[in-house]
Design a protein. Structure first.
Length: 195
């Protein structure tokens, strides 16, 4: 059975336009091309499977899902093209879910335990270097410059003063709407176990 895309149908010959004959024009002689049969252009081959766009198209658009997700590293991870990174991401998300939902861990507790673990590893590493004759870990000296602290405190001063003024207005009972909004926000923070 022949593929419909491979069948060729001869196009009807074009109708020649009749030129306006004038008395001064000599009659045209038929050319050799006009005597030959109509040349049919070769048929256009059907696109091969390699050139056809493969894959799922998002909502009928001519954009692949990979391009719709950004087409970069994130799309590779989400579509499991980079299997190792995708496995690390899903494993990390599962560990975080188990810690916070199943074991009822809290964020500040987790941060403090991680810092304790890092300090213990660095302490043991620096003590073990004397026994195994290795160089101790190179821990840089970190200091916060004074001008940075002054600039940050100047930037935050207006916001802190505005917040203190708002708290004073709420405590004095001048704005019931803000009082109810703040009570709701603090209650939602308490229910999320952030306070």
């Amino acid at each position: 059975m022949a593929d419909p895309a491979e069948e060729t149908v001869a196009a009807p010959p074009p109708t020649p336009a009749a030129p306006a004959e004038s008395a001064s024009d000599p009659p045209l002689e038929p050319s050799a091309d006009a005597a030959s049969p109509e040349k049919v252009p070769p048929p256009v081959p059907a696109p091969s499977p390699e050139t056809r766009s493969r894959g799922f198209r998002l909502l009928g658009e001519d954009t692949s899902v990979h391009k719709a997700l950004g087409g970069g590293k994130t799309a590779d991870v989400l579509l499991w093209k980079d299997k190792k990174t995708s496995a690390v991401v899903i494993g990390g998300a599962t560990v975080i879910w188990v810690l916070f939902e199943v074991l009822d861990y809290h964020l500040l507790t987790l941060i403090s335990h991680v810092l304790i673990g890092v300090l213990a590893v660095l302490f043991l590493w620096s003590k073990a270097t004397t026994f195994i004759k290795k160089s101790p870990p190179n821990i840089p000296l970190v200091q916060i410059p004074e001008d940075l602290v002054v600039n940050v405190s100047r930037a935050l001063r207006n916001d802190i003063n505005r917040a203190l003024h708002l708290f004073r207005e709420i405590a004095m009972g001048h704005d019931l709407k803000k009082f109810m909004g703040d009570c709701g926000a603090l209650d939602s923070l308490r229910s999320w176990k952030l306070l």
